[in-house]
Design a protein around this ligand. Structure first.
Ligand code: PNS
Length: 161
């Protein structure tokens, strides 16, 4: 079985993330999109909310499942018996961090966990969850950044703050 994990914060999931998910789902028999449960990060959405958003967005992709994890990615991947992590690369600015993380994961897993990078589609190259939150916080238009149902949830968060 050709399986992969796409780990991330997904706070919230953007159209860029969804593009990577759709493309990775075509490459692997099974893709698990997994939300890092990082208590240290001050997230806008809870892990449960992020999982629920991802589930809704991927409901028509039969080989995609959504999960969450905490701790080290290599431990989670080992538990699930998966040897490939998928990550999106937007620009050269992502590269240094991603290279370091991928190499650390190879070192920590004794070469068991490899990272496959997909270059983000050009139309989403500018997108990030952080900029979505910043735009929404100032009542800007995020309709080109996230699916409509996600935009609604993001605006609701800021309306209730
Ligand atoms: O969406 P993000 O925030 O860029 O995702 C980063 C993520 C979750 C992939 C990365 O931080 C991660 O895998 N964290 C788990 C902890 C870990 O395994 N760290 C070791 C590698 S340095």
């Amino acid at each position: 079985m050709n399986a992969a994990i796409y780990p991330g914060s997904f706070d919230p999931m953007t159209l860029g993330h969804l593009d990577i998910i759709r493309r990775a789902a075509k490459m692997f028999d099974e893709l698990t999109v997994s939300v890092l449960d990082n208590k240290a990060k001050n997230a806008l959405f809870s892990v449960e909310e992020r999982v629920s958003i991802l589930k809704e967005a991927t409901k028509n992709l039969p080989n995609v499942t959504v999960d969450s994890f905490n701790g080290l990615l290599i431990d989670y991947a080992r538990q699930k018996n998966v040897r490939i992590s998928v990550r999106g690369l937007r620009a050269i600015t992502d590269f240094e961090y991603e290279l370091q993380t991928a190499q650390t994961n190879r070192m920590l897993s004794c070469g068991e966990l490899d990272t496959v990078f997909l270059t983000t589609s050009l139309e989403y190259a500018y997108l990030s969850s952080s900029s979505v939150k910043e735009i929404a916080a100032f009542h800007g238009d995020i309709s080109q950044c996230v699916p409509d149902f996600v935009a609604k949830l993001v605006y609701e968060k800021y309306a209730n703050r």
